[in-house]
Write a protein that binds this ligand. Structure first.
Ligand code: ZN
Length: 160
């Protein structure tokens, strides 16, 4: 079986930046995604098309095909008193915020000033080139329900 749209794929992977730092990894067969449903970044999904179980591949993904380029307009200063525990805010903390269209954003505290907090709504991996070492562990057909929902159910997927 090969990876193509509507297949559920289990991957082991290591993600490194260009300096060789490990940013993320999964090596126990618990990472699953539905191919063709935009569950993972386009650069990785495209590289996996046509691969078979047991295949190893190394993929470098540009920011445009990854988590996007950094957008400085997504960095904002907000008053500290907008946070419940304003005095405990530290650089690197992450919060959920609401975007202009009601979408949920994850913002990261980039700096803490006297009365204001600098928050960055860019994805933490935006602007980074991503280097994946991937092993394809397993491929199976998606169920009708998984296709309808656009994601994987069961172990490693949505439980509902
Ligand atoms: Zn579902």
């Amino acid at each position: 079986m090969q990876i193509e749209n509507n297949k559920v794929v289990t991957l082991n992977y290591t993600l490194k930046d260009n300096d060789g730092n490990i940013l993320d990894k999964s090596d126990d067969g618990t990472f699953v995604y539905l191919h063709g449903a935009m569950n993972i970044i386009p650069g990785l999904e495209n590289a996996l098309a046509g691969k078979a179980s047991g295949d190893d591949l190394s993929v470098s993904v540009s920011p445009e095909e990854g988590y996007g380029v950094r957008d400085d307009s997504r960095v904002q200063q907000v008053p500290k008193n907008m946070f419940e525990n304003g005095s405990d805010i530290q650089v690197g903390m992450q919060f959920h915020a609401q975007g202009q269209n009601g979408e949920v954003l994850v913002v990261t505290v980039a700096d803490v000033l006297e009365d204001e907090v600098v928050v960055d709504a860019n994805h933490p991996l935006a602007g980074k080139e991503l280097n994946f070492d991937v092993t394809v562990v397993e491929i199976r057909d998606a169920s009708a329900e998984e296709l309808e929902h656009g994601h994987v159910h069961g172990p490693g997927g949505h439980q509902h």
